[in-house]
Design a protein around this ligand. Sequence first.
Ligand code: PLP
Length: 397
Amino acid sequence: MNAADASPSPAVAPTPPLPIYLDNGGTTALDPEVHAGLCARLALPLGNPNAAHGAGRAAREMLETARSDLATLLGGKPEEVVFTSGGTESITLALLGCTPVRAGRVALSAVEHSATRTAAERLAAQGMVVDVVPVTPTGRVTPEALAATLRPDTRIVSLMLAQNEIGTISDLASLIPVARRLSPRARIVVDAVQGFTKVPVRLAALGADCVAITAHKLHGPVGIGALWTRVPLTPLFKGGGQERGLRGGTQPAVLAWAFAEAARRAFADVDASARMAALRNRLIEEVRCHLPDATLTGEPPGPTRLPNNAHFCIPGLPSEPLINALAAAGVAASAGAACSTGKARISPTLQALGRRAEDGAFVRLTVGRFTTEACVVEGAARLAACVEPLRRAYAGR
Ligand code: PLP
């Protein structure tokens, strides 16, 4: 044996797999241009936008320009836009801010985000009755189901522009008139967090009273959202009376700029939806090629489904180990299902569609404006490589 044979081979750390980000429904990477503009503006000597001095006035101008730009993109007026910390706060302000109507009923669809569900639970604790509008097996609220749920004493109706897990787009142009007709005293709240910039509608013209949006789903920063509202609301916290008394706290002018700029750039990228849809369709094709028994949850690709969303049910294995295996393989995906105290359970949305944990693993893969074709092809291949060993491990259980 020579010396070279005797020496231990140097430990070689395994190279981690290149990250594949397919969780743009969870959050999105900052648009590089927004990132650059954000960094430049954070370095400016800006003051408190509520102060009278020059540094304060500069911040105020930035804030008000952002408000006006967002209002234009929404199709509304600047004074109708309230900046918040994100979608959850916007939805909560819209629902709990309807203080004078804390009697009667609140109706929400069975597939609302937890931000809406938990706000409705608080309204229930304050004496309102909560009615849940059932959805079709693809997650649609039909005008008939809405009509069957609404009552003259329904005071709040909460609907989504697009569902966050399965990407189903609501036909709000049909639903909102039904709500107006059957519950004329109701406030109509729309959660447009997933759909804003992706669904071609002018949100302020839909006929709703409040519309919630957030920056981090459209390649803007986390920590800023907005509520478009044309009705009076009671603030969740009053503080110094900022945002026309609707939301206390010093406004983050630079984040507001970044939100408006990210939204402006998303709208200006006129091919974005077609590009994302093509990538998402390629992803579906690749997944089906590797895993022929995988089925798409929700609406078929087309105008009733978000262009960036694919959501699969893959039989023969549970969700949580698959999401963990994907994470270990460098693929960011989301499940919409979790395992608590050893018992598999699925999200309220999947339950509302009539799905069961035993159906298999549920996985949401969502692309963004900056996702590449190589990323979706590799993501599908890694998904298939994760599924096969798990299927063997769970066979017959
Ligand atoms: N509504 C929907 C449909 C969402 O997808 C999300 C975020 O996942 C929210 C509300 C909450 O938004 P935020 O994370 O900005 O609080």
